[in-house]
Ligand binder design. Structure first.
Ligand SMILES: [Zn+2]
Length: 450
């Protein structure tokens, strides 16, 4: 093509972009000219999917890229996170709690647009309830749902559905879910929902499930599915490692039956738990299944261009470091080769029989003499010491580092696709994410259509 022709086409595109931008309203201004020219997606979403990788700081998405990389090819393949990255977000809580947030304060920020103290479940620093995006969506005639791998009354989902001065009030939070009118609640937490409480949910029209295999039998209506006593198993230890993506698929299927739209929260809750444990093997397993769930929503959006997905983390956990101890290396083959979580490997090693053969099989590599004597000493001191010893062995072999068993205050990433996705570009605060999402809800109440 001649240079002048190219220039002409470029100018035409620019003109079209400018004309479209100036002719549409403020909300659509953030939509890039390219998206507008394609003209196939509305500028305001009908449905919103919020996805939170709990504790998933930037090192986790980088680590996941190398964990998934095929070492036999020259290029390092992009992940779903690389594909959908649009911006960053600060996570600091209200002044009173300093710069490092917990999941409760951050989820409150993401659900309400208000900063609060660490431990608060959608109440402000005066312990007064703040309306959440889920409550606003319900009041406008939309459906709402949560699908998580922790107990459903854990800090993140709780801050989207309820209010409490403390995240530790698990029983109160479980009771309060009766009033949320949320349509889909999937995750763990049987321990907090005794028979009497479940009967109250059933009296309100909920279908109750405790067997994951029955999830597919639910075709419509409200559902509360609790598939573990507390949290779901580590994905890497689970015979069905795709529970989060299956719950996400089902939630989309059920919620999309409301023509008014829906707001869904999906949380990869256990990324944070693995981070607290400084467990790179479990962390990568949880990252993989969270990535699968994001891809489920991405596929849904390819078919339903009226749906916005925003993915972020509530904070960073563990201070994960890709490379450590002054060495310029990170050996993903070691991590990929481990067949089960350190929890599982330690438990298995405490049983009788040839424990070393089983540990070697589970680790996927042969420990050297020093490592064997360390493992052997740890084994005699019981399960917790054995778990720690196995994690240390994997860390030192793979050169993985950690700085804390808690959270850190580093900014997290924001990923988005669908209508108004570009509103989330660049730097923002976690409260801005909520404010933007809430501004995208319908302005007037729709009639219930179900
Ligand atoms: Zn945490």
């Amino acid at each position: 093509m001649a240079a002048t022709q190219k220039m002409k086409i470029f100018k035409l595109c620019m003109l079209a972009g400018v004309a479209l931008i100036s002719s549409v309203g403020a909300a659509a201004q953030a939509v890039t000219p390219v998206q507008t020219i394609l003209g196939d997606a509305p500028s305001i979403p009908k449905n919103i999917v919020i996805m939170i990788g709990d504790g998933m700081g930037p090192a986790y998405t980088s680590a996941y890229r190398y964990y998934k990389d095929n070492p036999d090819t020259q290029e390092i393949e992009q992940t779903v996170f690389d594909r959908l990255l649009v911006g960053t977000s600060s996570t600091y809580p209200a002044r009173v709690s300093g710069y490092v947030t917990d999941s409760a304060a951050s989820a409150t920020a993401l659900a309400t647009g208000t900063k609060t103290y660490n431990g608060a479940i959608s109440v402000d620093t005066n312990k007064q309830p703040i309306p959440t995006i889920m409550e606003k969506a319900k009041a406008l005639g939309l459906s709402t749902g949560v699908a998580v791998t922790s107990q459903i009354n854990h800090a993140t989902p709780a801050a989207f559905l309820s209010h409490n001065e403390s995240r530790s009030n698990y029983d109160e939070l479980a009771q309060s879910y009766l009033k949320t009118d949320a349509d889909v609640m999937l995750g763990g937490g049987q321990k907090y929902f005794p028979v009497g409480l479940i009967e109250k949910f059933e009296a309100k029209g909920y279908q109750y499930l405790s067997d994951f295999n029955l999830l597919d039998s639910v075709k419509q209506g409200k559902v509360i599915g609790l598939f573990a006593d507390v949290q779901l198993p580590w994905a890497i230890d689970d015979s069905d490692s795709n529970k989060l993506s299956k719950m996400t698929t089902k939630a989309l299927e059920l919620l999309s039956q409301n023509n008014n739209g829906f707001v869904l929260l999906v949380e990869g809750s256990l990324i944070d738990w693995a981070g607290h444990n400084n467990d790179i093997v479990a962390a990568m397993g949880e990252m993989e299944e969270f990535a699968n769930a994001i891809e489920v929503v991405e596929q849904y959006i390819r078919k339903n261009n009226d749906t916005l997905m925003v993915v972020t983390a509530d904070h960073n956990t563990g201070g994960l470091s890709i490379g450590a101890n002054g060495e310029y290396s990170w050996d993903t083959a070691i991590i990929r080769g481990v067949q089960a979580s350190p929890d599982f490997i330690a438990n298995d090693a405490l049983a009788d029989g040839d424990w070393l053969a089983r540990v070697t099989l589970n680790l996927g590599f042969e420990p050297n003499e020093d490592e064997i004597s360390q493992l052997s000493r740890a084994r005699m001191q019981g399960k917790e010491v054995m778990i720690t010893s196995i994690k240390q062995l994997i860390d030192s072999r793979s050169n993985t580092g950690w700085t804390t068993g808690g959270h850190t205050g580093v900014d997290v990433q924001v990923f988005a696709t669908g209508p108004a996705a570009s509103l989330f570009a660049g730097y923002q605060d976690n409260t801005d994410i909520a404010t933007k999402l809430i501004s995208l809800l319908p302005k007037v109440k729709s009639q219930p259509n179900k």
